[in-house]
Ligand binder design. Structure first.
Ligand SMILES: Nc1nc2c(ncn2[C@@H]2O[C@H](COP(=O)(O)OP(=O)(O)O)[C@@H](O)[C@H]2O)c(=O)[nH]1
Ligand SMILES: [Mg+2]
Length: 255
């Protein structure tokens, strides 16, 4: 609502400025206004250039598309010359979650570090970080659980994973990316606030934009949190990940 009102005010002001006599320019101005909101949050994944492992922590509620996005990112990165990719099976809550990641890792040619179901996710993340450093991996992708019923516990668990990994690294995790399901609408904003408060996000991945959802909620999220959108998910297979381009996004939103 707030964002919509701001955009309307912006359009009114522009109509006055340009002394518009009919509505023929409104569509283009609306595109311009939304593009202006989003161009500042268009930023690619930051890969380290110092030869050290780029470490990426993937966060989000159950079903948002974390595990699939990890597989897609591994595929995307390997295609761009990041040969050595290791994945941490940090969602230890269900055995099926580990198996799902095992299948994906094999498919996309990444090394998986896993423990048994029920294990401490911090320990998995530590082992994966240790492996990545000792074996000069290009990128480490850390999967996590997303049971939001236990909001407090989940956030504490995520903070612990972050602490453990950063201690082993001796520096901050490079990217802390929240995966958001575009089909959940306004809920995405409250989720983003919650995760941002816990781990200070460095980016978003917006999934399921291949369906009817257009993902307009990223406009208020980017205005409020100023967190870049790194990727969008447009399907269920490994190739279905695209870098976020604000211009393309606006065209699709208003098509
Ligand atoms: N259509 C579509 N489905 C997706 C996309 N990303 C993930 N999914 C599906 O959403 C479901 C949940 O994904 P998953 O990665 O297991 O979510 P997680 O619980 O966050 O790890 C799976 O059925 C995925 O295939 C996407 O971009 N488009
Ligand atoms: Mg998962």
């Amino acid at each position: 609502m707030e964002t919509a009102l701001e955009i309307i005010e912006h359009l009114k002001a522009r109509a006055r400025e340009e002394k518009a006599e009919d509505a023929s320019h409104i569509h283009q101005w609306l595109k311009d206004a939304i593009h202006q909101c989003l161009v500042s949050v268009e930023a690619p994944l930051k890969l380290r250039s110092d030869g050290q492992t780029t470490v990426v922590l993937i966060l989000g509620v159950n079903g948002s598309g974390k595990t699939t996005s990890i597989a897609k990112m591994a595929h995307h990165l390997r295609e761009r010359g990041q040969e050595k990719i290791v994945i941490a099976a940090g969602d230890t809550f269900r055995a099926a979650a580990i198996e799902q990641l095992e299948i994906w890792s094999e498919r996309v040619g990444a090394r998986l570090i896993r423990h048994q179901a029920g294990a401490d996710p911090g320990a998995v993340a530590f082992d994966a970080t240790d492996y990545a450093l000792k074996n000069s991996q290009n990128v480490l992708l850390i999967d996590t659980a997303g049971r939001l019923q236990t909001k407090h516990n989940l956030m504490e668990e995520l903070k612990k994973i972050k602490r453990v990994v950063e201690k082993r690294l001796g520096r901050e995790i490079d990217e802390r990316l929240l995966v958001l399901d575009a089909t959940i609408g306004q809920n995405a904003l409250s989720q983003a606030r919650l995760f941002h408060e816990a781990v200070r996000l460095t980016g978003l991945i917006v999934t399921k934009l291949d369906g009817t959802a257009k993902g307009g909620v990223i406009i208020p999220i980017s205005k409020e949190l100023k967190v870049p959108v790194k990727f969008i998910g447009v399907g269920e297979s490994a190739e279905d990940l695209k870098e976020f381009k604000s211009q393309e996004f606006v065209e699709a939103l208003l098509a």
